[in-house]
Design a protein around this ligand. Structure first.
Ligand code: B12
Length: 364
């Protein structure tokens, strides 16, 4: 089956999910999630379906699924639904889930809608019927898709660094970075061409069940420590060029990308305030006012957080009206999705740091 055909069909099905349907869906989410949790847990073959994984992980997966679908109903992003299903089949199969689990899960979602309000939820039921019919296609593609790692400029340093964060050996990782970094330009290179691909590779290893969540955490915190080690050099470049707030979207725990962005902007003389997803909306408002922020950059990694990003953009606009800073969104959630900004409605969707630096330069 051609992707084009699938995209067309998905797009048609998504277009019939209107405001009334998705508001109802959103309000009834806990009911649907409970139904699917119970339906899977009650099966005699549950241990074959989910392997050695805890049922907590299964429940978390159902919650992620429901939030992801809600985002998709709003964004109508067919490429994202297509790629994410293949990604989920691939990743969770590598962690011991039987492919049949995904099929049975889709059936359980469909049943939960039918039992709840078959008439109103018919457009969603039809979408699920189609997804169920794509099960074999998802399995085939999950078996053949390799996740992509950006090309590296310095193979040796990259692979030594990757080994060090996997070991884990913090001292070795710091020492590799210190040998490499001689100028401020080298900091940018190390962040972009060593740390970034190393973390993408860690993500692939986690997705392929080659490493545990604990090892992934450890590798990430070593990268953060390496970045912190060089921070004193970075601060010396800050030059009040423009006041920028960088934050991750609410619920987004991935923050290294946003930190890399913050460091590189500071190296270019911008005055950056970084706020993690833990910061409250009021704290963000206060910083925008206090620091006279001119640009707000929001980083989003997982697709299901795109709705949260949109909410944050709207809240900032509602609060600051005609004094709203320029809002720029970016991050992996938008990588494959050129239309996402018609939904989020930020001032700009930007894909990489060079593009961002060019835009900021233009507005100086
Ligand atoms: C480390 C990590 C975690 C850590 C994060 C810790 C931390 N303090 O940041 C933890 C363990 C918490 C985590 C949790 C999860 N993770 Co995780 N994680 C990763 C990993 C390995 C690295 C992330 C990272 O730092 N990348 C490196 C940075 C530098 O790259 P970047 O974010 O893309 O940023 C660059 C650009 O995108 C751009 N950019 C970023 N933001 C912005 C903003 C603007 C305005 C602009 C202009 C540019 C820009 O500039 C940056 C620098 O070049 C990735 C693998 C990957 N591919 O990234 C998986 C990954 C992102 N995680 C994934 C998943 C599934 C999850 C979980 C759902 C897993 C789970 N079941 O628990 C949760 C979700 C938690 C949540 N609610 O956010 C998936 C996402 C898949 C998908 N299709 O959505 C990935 C891709 C792993 C994989 N291969 O499957 N994760």
């Amino acid at each position: 089956m051609m992707n084009e055909q699938i995209f067309k069909q998905l797009s048609q099905l998504l277009s019939s999910i209107d405001d009334e349907v998705y508001s109802y869906y959103k309000n009834s989410l806990p009911i649907f999630i409970n139904y699917v949790n119970s339906a899977i847990q009650a099966r005699e073959d549950v241990s074959i379906l989910v392997g050695l994984n805890s049922f907590e992980l299964v429940k978390q997966n159902h919650e992620n699924h429901a939030n992801f679908m809600y985002t998709i109903f709003l964004t109508r992003d067919v490429k994202s639904i297509h790629d994410t299903y293949i990604w989920a089949y691939k990743t969770y199969h590598a962690k011991g889930f039987d492919f049949r689990y995904f099929y049975l899960e889709l059936i359980a979602w469909k049943e939960s809608f039918e039992l709840n309000n078959k008439k109103l939820l018919m457009p969603i039921i039809e979408l699920y019927n189609y997804l169920i019919s794509l099960h074999d296609y998802f399995v085939q593609h999950a078996m053949s898709t390799a996740l992509e790692i950006p090309k590296n400029i310095n193979e040796n340093i990259y692979s030594n660094f990757l080994d060090a964060i996997l070991k884990p050996d913090l001292t070795e990782a710091i020492s590799i970075s210190k040998t490499f970094i001689k100028t401020d330009e080298d900091i940018k290179k190390f962040w972009q061409y060593i740390i970034l691909p190393a973390l993408y590779s860690i993500g692939n290893k986690w997705a392929n069940a080659e490493i545990s969540v604990g090892e992934e955490h450890m590798a990430t915190s070593i990268c953060q420590r390496v970045m912190a080690e060089h921070y004193p050099k970075i601060i010396s470049y800050i030059d009040d060029k423009k006041n920028i707030l960088i934050t991750t979207s609410p619920n987004e725990l991935h923050e290294v990308g946003a930190r890399i962005l913050a460091d590189i902007l500071e190296l270019n003389g911008y005055n950056v305030t970084f706020m993690s997803a833990n910061s409250t909306l009021q704290e963000k408002f206060d910083i925008i006012e206090l620091e006279e922020i001119e640009f707000v950059l929001i980083s989003t990694t997982i697709v299901s957080n795109i709705v949260k990003t949109k909410e944050l953009v709207t809240q900032i606009r509602d609060k600051f009206k005609h004094n709203t800073p320029i809002i720029i969104i970016g991050g992996q959630a938008f990588n494959e999705n050129s239309d996402a900004n018609t939904f989020v409605k930020a001032d700009y969707l930007i894909r990489n740091i060079n593009e961002l630096l060019n835009l900021l330069k233009k507005t100086l």
